[in-house]
Design a protein around this ligand. Structure first.
Ligand code: HEC
Ligand code: HEC
Length: 504
């Protein structure tokens, strides 16, 4: 690790999610909006529709203010946060794609300048020149997507880059093209539903009906682009990635189903309120549509970010910035010798290196509660076995001593009383708690890596035997290090298990 760690009690993952989601909404909207404005302007000028030209003028102000101010600020915000969250991954991206980024920024500058000129030029420029500036605004915005799309897709599907390290292999990676088409569809959809929301505030009448119908068609075109390109995108992701994700992370995977329900209902709304009864479009309905559109897009982005776990760059770097290529070095020499900024507290440094990018001890995704009432040996066992826990975590590649240092660091910060005292439980209830804490993170009853079949209906001494020889069952399975009270309670609980995952 070549960077110091700014250790404040917030989850950088959450910060990133919030700012990135807002940023992608606005940036896709800016592209679609650019196209919408200039296409609508051309049509309005051709038919000499002054009412429409006036409404476009107003819309421009909104588009330009929102997209430029918010887009630019949140874009910088993303840089700040990825630098905090994962400076090493940011470094990989910069090293590989510096010219890509330079190109993207150039397009962004052109986009901003064109948008500003477009905004101020409504009254002062000739119609022809104004439209030319409008087209420059749109193309520059879309070309910035063309560039950034390569870098975003790279993180999930680096493809041949893993072997060649070539810019072009990384850029035109397996999901590049489907994602570009998909995102272009999103731009159209967002432009359509945002402008629907604006149009919904107009007075009911012929002009409003025309406008609503027009805007609804934009959204429907967006949906028509999104649906096929989504299937194309999904097929372009290696099936190994999607199968692992389906097994390990059912929630984000099901988010995509929910997302498509949003899209389906939105499509029905667009047809009904946008095409069939456009005259009556109420702002509330328009806002519901907007929410569904954002819900769909948010669900997609969440899924895309989640299925990458435990990697930040698939097959190349873990979420905690551990590079796979250095796995052998880590296994023999450990993490410590590779940490450039050491604080003198090795346990804390190692915790930051191995766990802190995703967990805190008592704040965001806290580890403390998971270890209350346990012991350093158990914690060290979990540290060494993170990759077999539920949650799809990176493997711990450091040494045995380093796992013990992390364990001491965590243990010093948890509740060290007995579990029976902490939770106020006895007998089978205590046993269930002991199971949840000491077994349940690797074996869920009726869930992840369930061991009920092996554990149900055994004789008392067979349970003793399992607990005595726990580490013989699997490389990552820790010894049972609970005291006799915990042991008896756990066995009492295990005796209540019945095959088939049911409990008495
Ligand atoms: C790349 C991110 C990542 C890293 C790095 C990581 N974890 Fe996790 N961990 C997760 C996720 C995701 C879960 C699933 C549960 C959740 O969402 O909180 C999880 C769950 C856990 C749980 C179960 C928590 C509970 O309350 O059920 C423990 C214990 C745990 N991790 C320990 C560790 C330790 C120890 C390290 C460092 C050696 C570590 N993790 C590193 C992502 C990570
Ligand atoms: C850090 C993760 C981890 C923890 C904690 C853990 N195990 Fe395991 N367990 C494993 C692994 C890995 C294996 C071997 C591979 C497999 O079967 O999944 C295993 C295997 C087993 C087996 C053998 C199953 C068979 O198929 O015959 C049993 C029984 C078992 N564990 C019970 C327990 C009990 C009881 C506890 C709590 C005291 C526990 N485990 C805690 C990871 C863990």
């Amino acid at each position: 690790m070549n960077y110091p760690f700014w250790d404040v009690g917030v989850g950088y993952g959450i910060l990133m999610a919030v700012i990135a989601v807002l940023h992608v909404f606005v940036s896709h909207f800016a592209i679609g909006g650019g196209l919408y404005l200039v296409v609508a302007e051309t049509a309005a000028r051709r038919s000499n529709d002054t009412l429409r030209i006036e409404s476009l003028q107003k819309l421009t102000k909104f588009f330009v203010l929102l997209t430029l101010v918010f887009g630019a600020l949140s874009g910088v915000g993303i840089w700040v946060i990825i630098g905090l969250l994962n400076p090493a991954a940011t470094e990989v991206l910069i090293h590989n794609f510096v010219w890509g980024w330079a190109t993207e920024w150039t397009f962004f500058v052109v986009e901003i300048c064109a948008a500003i000129i477009y905004f101020y030029g409504w009254k002062t420029m000739s119609a022809r020149n104004h439209q030319i500036v409008g087209w420059i605004y749109f193309w520059a915005a879309w070309l910035s997507l063309v560039v950034i799309n390569g870098i975003i897709c790279f993180m999930l599907t680096p493809g041949k880059w893993l072997e060649t390290g070539s810019f072009w292999n990384g850029f035109f990676n397996p999901t590049y093209w489907p994602s570009l088409v998909f995102r272009t569809g999103i731009c159209l959809l967002l432009a359509g539903i945002f402008s629907l929301a604006v149009a919904s505030r107009f007075e009911a009448g012929e002009f409003k009906a025309r406008l609503v119908r027009y805007n609804a068609r934009w959204s429907i075109l967006g949906v028509a682009v999104i649906v096929p390109s989504w299937f194309w995108y999904w097929k372009a992701i290696p099936s190994r990635v999607t199968t692992t994700a389906a097994e390990m992370m059912p929630t984000p995977m099901s988010s995509i189903d929910v997302a498509f329900w949003f899209l389906a209902v939105l499509a029905v709304f667009l047809v009904v309120f946008g095409l069939l009864i456009p005259r009556k479009l109420h702002t509330v309905v328009a806002i519901v549509m907007l929410a569904m559109g954002l819900g769909f897009f948010g669900g997609f982005e969440w899924m895309r970010e989640s299925i990458r776990k435990p990697y930040v760059i698939y097959d190349y770097m873990y979420g905690n910035a551990v590079e796979l290529a250095k796995a052998d070095t880590y296994r023999s020499d450990g993490y410590l010798s590779e940490i450039a900024f050491r604080t003198g507290n090795d346990g804390a440094d190692l915790f930051r290196r191995a766990c802190r990018s995703c967990h805190t001890i008592d704040g965001y995704k806290p580890l403390g509660p998971a270890f209350d009432g346990t012991d350093p040996d158990f914690i060290a066992g979990i540290v060494k076995g993170t990759h077999v826990l539920k949650g799809n975590m990176p493997e711990f590649l450091g040494t045995e001593e380093e796992a013990a240092l992390i364990a001491d660091h965590i243990w010093a910060r948890v509740d060290q009383r007995d579990m029976s005292e902490i939770y106020g439980l006895t007998g089978v209830d205590l046993g269930k708690k002991v199971f949840d804490v000491r077994c349940g993170r690797c074996h869920e009853i009726g869930g992840y890596n369930d061991k009920t079949e092996s554990l149900a209906g055994l004789a008392g001494d067979e349970y003793e035997d399992i607990l005595d020889n726990a580490s013989d069952y699997g490389d990552e399975m820790p010894d049972f290090t609970g005291d006799d009270v915990e042991r008896m309670a756990l066995i009492a609980y295990l005796k209540t298990l019945e095959e088939g995952g049911e409990q008495q």
